[in-house]
Design a protein around this ligand. Structure first.
Ligand code: B16
Ligand code: MG
Length: 219
């Protein structure tokens, strides 16, 4: 296929559902500190960095921590989160994703990861996708969190494409805003009522046909 386009995938909520493990680990932290929060509140943590997530959670519980304790709690949460990640394998790749990756590979269309997670490479290793990506940009590469477009702009550069040649798949409002602000085509994976700022929205990858993909690659 003749296209100059490239694709950037978010990780959590797009390639795998690690949000459920973040929830379990953050909830244990909150419970250990003597409060709780809901699954609905957890939605607000999607795409948000680790530091900002802990700030939000402490705010919900009206808790203040010293800098030392804050960092200690972040480490405990991550250790607990990683105990779930360690059990992951390729069966956790979300339905329909592999079909799209295979299509991109067959057509020599480069694709990158653009994730806020500092654990992204480890997760990709567990699901056997680490060598599949042309470039991996994660939470260790950026200084500004989504909705800043930095993560996607670095990915575009590593893919040797201009922003307008990039198509971004995202499940978080902040991620859609980042893609839009970066001048890229944004595709939301999730509910229309939350991701309405995306150029296109699908509930999941099983709804995305190869025909649709060919159409946006030609645009
Ligand atoms: P970590 P994404 C994000 O991943 C998650 O959605 C968000 O809940 C998490 O806090 C953030 O990564 C940082 O993750 O603690 O592993 O560095 O959606 O940008 O792939
Ligand atoms: Mg996400």
């Amino acid at each position: 296929m003749n296209t100059e386009k490239a694709v950037i995938f978010d990780l959590d909520g797009v390639i795998v559902d690690t949000a459920k493990y973040h929830f379990l680990a953050w909830r244990k932290l909150a419970n250990d500190l003597g409060f709780d929060f809901t699954k609905a509140q957890n939605e607000e943590l999607k795409g948000v960095s680790r530091v900002e997530s802990l700030k939000k959670i402490l705010n919900w519980g009206n808790k203040e921590l010293s800098e030392e304790e804050f960092n200690h709690q972040m480490k405990l949460k991550n250790d607990n989160y990683l105990s779930y990640i360690d059990k992951m394998d390729e069966s956790e790749i979300l339905p329909g994703v592999q079909k799209i990756l295979d299509f991109l590979k067959e057509n020599n269309i480069p694709y990158a990861l653009g994730s806020a997670s500092k654990n992204a490479k480890h997760i990709l290793e567990k699901i056997h996708l680490k060598n599949s990506f042309t470039a991996i940009v994660d939470g260790t590469d950026v200084s500004k969190a989504k909705p800043d477009p930095e993560v996607f702009l670095i990915a575009a550069k590593r893919l040797q494409r201009n922003p307008e040649q990039c198509i971004v798949f995202e499940d978080a409002v902040a991620g859609i805003e980042a893609a839009n602000r970066g001048g890229m085509l944004s595709i939301g994976i999730g509910e229309e009522k939350t991701l309405f700022e995306a150029n296109y929205i699908f509930n999941d990858f099983t709804e995305i046909s190869i025909e649709f993909f060919k159409k946006i690659l030609k645009k």
